[in-house]
Structure formats: structure tokens, C-alpha cells
Design a binder for this molecule. Structure first.
Ligand code: FOL
Length: 179
């Protein structure tokens, strides 16, 4: 699908998922200066299953712009736009046209956690707020969140991807969209 032109139905579906990511991430998400918690990874992962790494990356960048334009609680920082692209691309890499297994859900959430949550975001926050990279304000709440959120995120990714009928619905939609 990456190399094919997006048809009208795909663009509409993409729009809905982008709006959901922006709403879940920026409107309904919990945001403190140094940490955010949200469930925007659910529509992101569905986008990844349907659209693949490139379009999901692009969709997440648009969702970041939309979320910041409508519900910003802090100033815009381009590093988080890069995070959005990378997260979308990672979900696409793991789940585009692949069955969602527990192993793959674990691998995907582990990659996101290590690369984005524990590597890039601390760097962006350190630049943004002029804090030392290894300060408690950056790492304390983050490590606690990671320990609690990692199993929850893994289970939800697996659940939404495979246990529910969503997997089949999404695949059927993908077949229709492709035809
Ligand atoms: N700039 C842009 N472009 N997008 C943003 O969303 C944004 N958000 C903030 C500032 N500039 C922005 C608000 N500050 C985290 C912490 C503070 C923060 C933004 C993000 C953070 O900890 N993010 C988590 C991921 C959150 C999630 O899973 O939804 C992380 O570990 O990367």
C-alpha cells in the first residue's frame, strides 16, 4: 500500500485515525511538564496495521500538528514531531500485513519504550527545559511510568490487534481498500 496512491476511502479512514490520535493524545491524555500518559497508541497501532510504516509515520506527524494546534498545553518542539513519526513508523513496521502475536506486541512496545520513551524524549526534555539529561525530574516519574505502563501497553496492543475481532475487521477493510 505504501507505493500505491491513497484512495478516498483510505484518506477518510486516515483522517478519523489522525483525529483519534490527536484527541486521545492531547485532549484526553495526562500531561505534566516532564511526562505524558495517553492511549493514543491504540489508533496509532491500528493505523500501522492498515497503512504501513511510511503513511503511519506521516499520519502521526499530522496528528501531532493537529493536537498541538487545537489542544496545546505547552510550546511546540520539533523533537516530539520526530517521536511521532518514529512511533508511527515502528507500529507500521511491526504490524503492517503481519498477524499480531504476543511476541510481536512485546517487541514493538519494547522498541518504542527503549528508543522513544527512554532515549529520545529525555534528550528533548533536557533541551526544551534546560535540565541536565540525568536529572531526577526527567527520570524519576518516567521510570515509574515505564514499569507500570509497559505491561498495560503490551496487553492493549495485543488485545486490540488480535483477541478482538478488530484484527479481522481491519484486514477485511484493508482488502476492500486495496481493491
Ligand atoms: N511539541 C510537539 N511537536 N508535540 C508535542 O506533543 C509536544 N508536547 C509537549 C511539548 N512540545 C511538544 C509537552 N511536553 C512527554 C513529556 C512532556 C511533553 C511531551 C511529551 C512524554 O513524556 N512523552 C512520552 C510519550 C507519551 C505517550 O506515550 O503518549 C514519551 O516517553 O515520549
Amino acid at each position: 500500500m505504501n507505493t500505491k496512491k491513497l484512495n478516498a476511502r483510505m484518506i477518510a479512514l486516515m483522517g478519523i485515525l489522525i483525529a483519534l490520535i490527536a484527541i486521545l493524545g492531547k485532549m484526553l491524555g495526562i500531561e505534566t511538564q516532564f511526562l505524558t500518559i495517553s492511549f493514543s497508541f491504540v489508533p496509532t497501532m491500528i493505523m500501522g496495521m492498515l497503512f504501513g510504516p511510511l503513511w503511519t509515520g506521516i499520519g502521526c506527524v499530522l496528528a501531532d500538528f493537529l493536537g498541538m494546534a487545537l489542544f496545546a498545553k505547552s510550546s511546540f518542539f520539533i523533537g516530539f514531531t520526530f517521536n511521532a513519526f518514529l512511533a508511527g513508523a515502528i507500529y507500521g513496521w511491526f504490524f503492517y500485513q503481519k498477524p499480531v502475536t504476543l511476541k510481536r506486541a512485546l517487541g514493538c512496545v519494547l522498541t518504542i519504550t527503549l528508543v522513544i520513551n527512554l532515549c529520545l524524549t529525555p534528550i528533548w526534555l533536557s533541551i526544551m527545559y534546560g535540565q541536565p539529561l540525568f536529572s531526577w525530574v526527567i527520570w524519576g516519574p518516567r521510570l515509574i511510568k515505564t514499569v507500570i505502563f509497559f505491561p498495560i501497553q503490551t496487553c492493549l496492543v495485543y488485545f486490540f490487534g488480535s483477541v478482538t475481532t478488530l484484527d479481522r475487521i481491519v484486514r477485511r477493510a484493508a482488502i476492500k481498500l486495496n481493491s
